[in-house]
Ligand binder design. Sequence first.
Ligand code: ZN
Length: 358
Amino acid sequence: MCHHYRNPMHCILPPYMSDKLGELLGEEKQEAKSNERFREKRRSLAAIAPATRVFKIAGDPPKTKLHRELYDAHESPMQIGELIWKEGQKKLPASADAKRVIEGAGNVWSFYKKLFNRNSIDNKGMAILQNIRYRENKFKPFFNAFWDGEQMFYGTGSPKYTNSFTTDLDIIGHELTHGVIDFEAALNYENQSGALNESYADVFGILIKQWVNKTPARKAKWLIGENILKGPNALRSMKAPGTAYKKDAVFGDDPQPGIMKDFVKLPNTEDGDCGGVHYNSGIPNHAFYIAAYELDGNAWEKAGAIWYAALQDKSLLKKDADFTAAASATLKKATSLFGKGSAEVKAVEKGWKETGVI
Ligand SMILES: [Zn+2]
């Protein structure tokens, strides 16, 4: 039923990981109840029309400049926290969370502006609203970060099990890119189109990190969320899906496939991760990695440009696009941007072929 929500809440941590963190808090018995509360929130957020929810912005947001606002949820599930900073205020709030998300959103905005001349998330100068220190309640931390269709929310996590969900720039980039996707191909958040939605968010999340740190494709680690979990674990690996964590005491083994042969079939329900969107995103993720590695240099310059052009072309990448459609769209864009038979076309082809998509 994932596609019924107007604004699905796009969480960085998939249900197969967040449920395990819930269990750790001794909530086995209450798990169903707590999940139901979360779903209720998702439904209520989705039901409220955007126009009535963006009332926090004073006046019209600037149309061509970066405009960020930061809200403090004060460790509660408040949807309208306290405004603690907005664009133009020289002094940043003192907390590391605040600094990271203000800077992070600025980097995301600049990445899209400088590389693709995109004017914010909606390409119309949308203000970037972010909420930190989000928590389910006094006793229960919130182990996630999400984009709700209009704003970002970052959970505090719990120092015992995770770092703050503001820690990784690629996670900030991933979540804000869900917003960009919603305004472009708007890929349905279910089954293969949902896995493409997840993959696009990972691809641009990691490209934003590589761009800021000037890391070329062959030097990058291609790990999503490498600082969120305690220890050496990341959430996902684009280079080698299925290896981000192994025999972890909490999470077990990373279940992501990297090739079509291992495609995970799950029901299109919330418990089934909307048809395995966070599982099978490993396949297009890996196809992108192969193309970028093959092209050498900076991944955002060629592979990123091809993927972005495909995302913007609704005639090629439709809402219900499957992996084959994404392969065809990126191949067409590689051809129009770099020429027939070019090294770029060959690299993209290699990515989709080696993952078994074409
Ligand atoms: Zn996501």
